[in-house]
Ligand binder design. Structure first.
Ligand code: AHG
Ligand code: MN
Ligand code: MN
Length: 325
């Protein structure tokens, strides 16, 4: 008998304090938006959806048409959920708030609507990343306070990877579960029960073109891996879509790094909607995620689009990095 993500969420939400049907209704908004995006990606080459949208996002990066579509799908589907008080997107400079005095919006959701979008035109995996907080703890400091919470406060986090198959991976703090979209029934079906990240892997993943800019401890760490200091040979794999590089690391082990570079002195990846959700998943799967000076999930956010250096992977690789950080 199949277990759909809706069924799984209903079971999970009983373990989330205070979550009622609103939480599963909220997550169904995310799954619906990702199915809309998935169907658009599948036909990208046949419709006028490849290429740039002509705008720049808040990061100063050229928006791809699918960035805009994926963002609009999430804004639309989540905006209809009464339990949503505030949304933060990579594609929006400011948080989007909903005046829900009556329903008392309970949740804040931050997301990267389309991750790895530079890979769209060459038919390489892309993804969607999301992170969910409860607002209650922060309403006195308003909506900005509701989203500028430490990663440890996440109620749930997940990503969808659009690839040969489309998979949704998520955690609510009780393990990591993977669901594969079955196109025949249009449902995400449980395919990976309780995912565990291998303690020790044999792949490292980093954009080596920036290696001369990396701080010395990163360069030394990578050299030690190449010199088999962990007792085994490493291969290098870099897809350039964070979700894809992370998904491989989650399933196969090893380590992914986006260090500080000349172009991105604090690293390129964003804390709220890239590093935090993936760090939550990594830790829940038995792995680890650090910024070089401590755990990602302990960083006190100060800006919704702030960037952090990001090292995530199996405990052995990350512990070894921290002894060299
Ligand atoms: P996004 O498409 O959401 O802007 O994210 C792109 C990120 C991430 O997916 C990937 O790990 C990284 O950019 C790759 O950066 P480089 O091309 O500098 O290696
Ligand atoms: Mn991204
Ligand atoms: Mn993006």
């Amino acid at each position: 008998m199949i277990t759909t993500i809706q069924h799984h969420i209903l079971r999970e939400q009983q373990r989330i304090s205070g979550a009622r049907g609103t939480f599963s209704w909220l997550l169904s908004g995310i799954t619906l938006a990702t199915k809309m995006t998935e169907s658009r990606i599948r036909r990208a080459g046949l419709m006028d959806t490849l290429g740039e949208a002509g705008g720049m996002n808040v990061q100063g990066e050229a928006q791809q048409k699918l960035d805009v579509y994926a963002n609009e799908a999430l804004m639309h589907c989540l905006g209809l959920r009464d339990s949503v008080a505030v949304l933060v997107s990579e594609e929006n400079e400011e948080p989007v708030t909903f005046d829900r005095k009556s329903e008392g919006g309970e949740y804040a959701i931050v997301f990267d609507p389309l991750d790895g979008s530079s890979n769209i035109d060459v038919n390489v995996n892309v993804g969607t990343i999301f992170s969910i907080f409860r607002c209650a703890a922060a309403t006195e400091s308003g909506h900005r306070g509701a989203v500028l919470q430490r990663g440890r406060k996440q109620v749930a986090a997940g990503y969808v990877i659009y690839g040969p198959s489309t998979m949704l991976v998520y955690t609510t703090g009780h393990g990591v579960f993977g669901f594969t979209l079955d196109p025949a029934i249009g449902a995400y079906v449980l395919s990976h029960e309780n995912i565990r990240m291998p303690e020790a892997g044999s792949i490292y993943s980093v954009n080596e073109a920036n290696a001369d800019d990396f701080p010395p401890n990163y360069r030394e760490y990578l050299q030690l891996l190449r010199q088999k200091k962990l007792g085994r040979r490493y291969s290098s794999r870099y897809i350039g879509s964070l979700v894809a590089d992370f998904h491989r690391t989650l399933l196969k082990g090893g380590v992914f790094l986006y260090p500080p570079t000349a172009g991105y002195p604090n690293g390129k990846l964003r804390l709220l909607y890239e590093a935090n959700p993936l760090a939550f998943i990594a830790e829940q799967a038995g792995g680890a995620a650090v910024t070089g000076s401590g755990c990602v999930l302990d960083v006190e956010p100060c800006d919704i689009h702030q960037r952090v250096p990001f090292v995530v992977g199996g405990k052995e690789e990350v512990d070894f990095f921290m002894t060299h950080a």
